[in-house]
Design a protein around this ligand. Sequence first.
Ligand code: FPP
Length: 237
Amino acid sequence: MELTKTPNHVAIIMDGNGRWAKQRNLPRTAGHKAGAARVEEIIETSGNLGIKSLSLFAFSTENWKRPKNEIKNIMKLLEYYLKNNVEDLSKNGIRLNLLGDISKLDEALQNQLKLALLKTENNDKMMLNIGLNYGGQDEILRAVRGTLMDCIKMGKDPEEISKEYFEDHLDTAKQAMVDLLIRPSGEYRISNFLLYQCAYAEFWFSDILWPDFTKEKYLEALEDYANRQRRFGGVNV
Ligand code: FPP
């Protein structure tokens, strides 16, 4: 498919797994499994379309409030995904990057993630950002701390801190700001995802639940984006 305008950075809040399972009288974990199965097609399609960054929200700083068993299951799905897909990511030129603070995750998963980062570090076709123990407010706070620490170390005057210098301390350092944020499942909120990076993002909402988010739905969202008029605070002349 030829899009007249392709976003550089797409962010997706993969919501609705629990409701998808409930509709089928299945445990919530079955919804997450179906949700994880959707991920591969969306990553592949994004890479093929020339999207430069794809950000997926897998686990938020607030998701720790969920039942222990559900948390364990989401982490297992991630482990399974990495085990089976890192080679393919590499073959397809996709580089993995993590959003969030992974130090709270199980040590074995942390090691697996670090290895995946290493294995894909030389790829440059697309950046796959996975949000894990991620919160936008937490990211901004960490970036402020990182910026200040650097300034102290280098004796830099805070007045000299540029927008670019600050942005290099975000989890998305050197990547484009989000152009399109997709949220399925009928919720109309940003839920602490990429708050800074979504400053001028176009939003695309749908009632569809994440496990039903097919490649066709994704292309529909991208086509819709291609027809949006973006003014970034200016006017169209
Ligand atoms: C939100 O649905 C979904 C999550 C908190 C988990 C998302 C995780 C995956 C899809 C699996 C692993 C990801 C990768 C990258 C392989 P919800 O549980 O809040 O749904 P509900 O609002 O209907 O209850």
